[in-house]
Design a protein around this ligand. Structure first.
Ligand code: ATP
Ligand code: MG
Length: 205
């Protein structure tokens, strides 16, 4: 065996030892809170990747999107189709929809829409039959102070122990980061949009 191969083998063995011991050390069984944040692309699509993963096991899933819903997305089309065709009965989907404007011209109606949407989240976070709850773009509700931060933190913290929650969106604040078990920041290195490339169906929405 060449020197290079021998070195590689040794380093892989070491790596395996490390991973194996960490796997052995992990002994806690519980649902997790995952925060996907940062300015780069890939937060919501990662969350929907986990939805797909959970669906593979027939898990019960709740998806609530804190977006105005002007732009239809592939995931919305897909999930709505699952629901109406009764192809996957274990999924609940809600989108904030109309009444919300990003340019906060009508703060009162924005807050109403946010509160209406939060009212859909509460029963999910109290129902242990839900394995996974996705709160897409929730961070903006905290950033804009449309919803009370402590109310959100308490509801997530007091969820059933085996339920996992995924929160997506830029920012979100340190308290949410602290509560989360896993926090990933998607860093924007470059984005096609900035080079003038139009958002792509099936890729961006
Ligand atoms: P995705 O839904 O593609 O995973 P995301 O959830 O990380 O993206 P959002 O901030 O929710 O990002 O924005 C959603 C839309 O904005 C998508 O069409 C995405 O491609 C686009 N987008 C995300 N990040 C950037 C960026 N850094 N510059 C320009 N457009 C972006
Ligand atoms: Mg997103």
């Amino acid at each position: 065996m060449t020197d290079k191969n021998e070195k590689h083998k040794k380093s892989m063995e070491k790596q395996k030892e490390k991973v194996d011991s960490r796997i052995e050390e992990a002994s806690i069984e519980k649902g997790v809170v995952i925060l996907l944040t940062g300015n780069g692309k890939g937060k919501s699509s990662s969350a929907f990747g986990m939805v797909l993963r959970a669906m593979g096991y027939g898990h019960k899933i709740g998806v609530v999107q804190f977006i105005k819903g002007a732009q239809l997305s592939g995931e919305e089309i897909f999930i709505r189709d699952l629901v109406t065709q009764n192809k996957y009965p274990e999924i609940t989907f809600y989108q904030m929809g109309t009444g919300f404007t990003w340019n906060t011209q009508d703060r009162t109606s924005d807050i109403e829409a946010a509160e209406r949407t939060w009212a859909e989240v509460v029963p999910l976070l109290q129902d242990e039959s839900y394995d996974l709850v996705v709160l897409d773009e929730l961070t903006y509700m905290i950033a804009y102070k449309y919803l009370d931060e402590q109310m959100i933190l308490d509801a997530i913290a007091n969820r059933p122990p085996n339920q996992s929650v995924i929160v997506t969106g830029r920012g979100g604040g340190s308290a949410l980061q602290e509560l989360a078990d896993t926090v990933s920041e998607v860093k924007d290195i470059k984005h096609a949009f900035k080079a003038g490339v139009k958002a792509r169906q099936g890729v961006d929405y």
